[in-house]
Design a protein around this ligand. Structure first.
Ligand SMILES: [Zn+2]
Length: 266
């Protein structure tokens, strides 16, 4: 026997025992159990809503702070490159001034040697200017690329900031709304529990804890268990419809109730 099945049987036994010792009709017990399930499921829904949003908000906060770090790094890199480009420009200007000076000196040269020396100097400065211009172009290209990158990050930041504001507002709204709703549901759940005998409640809680969706009592939907979606044999469905016995799904151990259970008279 599978462990789950064994546990289900044990729970069923507990339920059966509980049934024997009381006067309350089984149908009413099933109804009370299902009512409790519906209330508890509403509480679960609120938990899920709250449980996801704070995580989404904190993930967004992390992403935004990461983007801000990248943004300021890029801005620093760009301003460094702009300084570098400025230096090349200044150097080129200095070379141009030097050339002008040498050209003026050329007017007053006395011999070939002086002329050659000045010409050589002027050519060298021209080469320097070419080099500065080439390097400035390279730096300008880098600046352009980094600025494009920066724009991309700014766009993404805008998007994420809008998203986080939306999620924060959503979360606040939920907290504001659900605080009241949740406490109301909790007192409703407590009241509902009082109608159910201890052994049955224990079984209910045990099954509920076993499953992440917190479903312990489910209806049969389209011939299948509303908890695990395995098919329920026709004979069993018939018995469920009679509300004469507490019947558990043979696959998941959840208590199966008729879809019309809430409309029965107590
Ligand atoms: Zn099932």
């Amino acid at each position: 026997m599978h462990k789950n099945e064994y546990q289900s049987c044990a729970i069923l036994l507990i339920m059966a025992k509980a049934v024997v010792h009381t006067e309350i009709p089984i149908a009413t017990k099933l109804k009370h159990l299902y009512e409790l399930q519906l209330i508890d499921s509403e509480i679960d829904k609120i938990k899920v809503l709250k449980g996801e949003l704070p995580m989404i908000v904190s993930d967004l906060e992390d992403e935004i702070s990461g983007l801000n770090i990248r943004l300021s790094k890029l801005q620093n890199a760009i301003s460094d490159l702009e300084k570098e480009a400025g230096n090349f420009k200044t150097s080129a200007k200095a070379s141009e001034d030097a050339i002008k000076k040498y050209e003026k000196q050329l007017d007053g040269v006395k011999n070939n040697r002086e002329f050659d020396a000045l010409t050589k100097e002027i050519n060298m400065q021209r080469l320097e200017i070419q080099l500065f211009e080439k390097r400035k172009k390279e730096v300008d290209e880098q600046i352009k690329m980094k600025k494009q990158n920066l724009d991309g990050i700014k766009d993404r930041l805008k998007l994420k900031q809008a998203e986080i504001e939306e999620k924060k507002a959503e979360l606040e709204k939920i907290i504001e709304k659900t605080d009241k709703e949740e406490s109301a549901l909790r007192s409703k759940s407590d009241k509902s529990r009082k109608k159910i005998e201890a052994r049955l409640l224990h079984a209910y809680d045990t099954i509920r804890k076993r499953y992440r969706n917190g479903l312990s009592v489910v209806t049969v939907k389209r011939n299948a268990c509303g908890g695990c979606f395995n098919q329920i044999p026709p004979q069993m469905q018939l018995e469920i419809g009679l509300n004469k016995k507490i019947i558990a799904c043979e696959h998941c151990g959840r208590v199966l109730v008729d879809e019309l259970i809430l409309s029965i008279e107590e």
